[in-house]
Design a protein. Structure first.
Length: 114
């Protein structure tokens, strides 16, 4: 059973920073592609960032240059460092683990005030 637990969300002013963490339960964490998605009210869930087992990263155009995804295989944790936050970054952020099958966390709320 794969469990993903996000933390680090909160309320921040525009221009501020937050660091999200996602702790994973699987012992084979290092072979999973890990990612972050977000869902704003009234919108569909969208891709934010992804990091593969060999540390290849991809970002949505809307967050390139502002967000950084990283992972610690020793801690079975993936991080999302978010800088220069904008009100349009407000959403519930979900952690994703993929190895043929997608697993999801419960989400953490990020609210950016203008």
């Amino acid at each position: 059973q794969v469990q993903l637990v996000e933390s680090g969300g909160g309320l921040v002013q525009a221009g501020g920073s937050l660091r999200l963490s996602c702790a994973a339960s699987m012992r084979t964490f290092s072979i999973y592609t890990m990612g972050w998605f977000r869902q704003a009210p009234g919108k569909e869930r969208e891709f934010v960032a992804r990091i593969t087992w060999n540390d290849i990263t991809n970002y949505a155009d809307s967050v390139k240059g502002r967000f950084t995804i990283s992972r610690s295989n020793a801690k079975s944790t993936v991080y999302l460092e978010m800088n220069s936050l904008k009100p349009e970054d407000t959403a519930v952020y979900y952690c994703n683990a993929n190895r043929s099958i997608d697993y999801w966390g419960q989400g953490t709320q990020v609210t950016v005030s203008s």
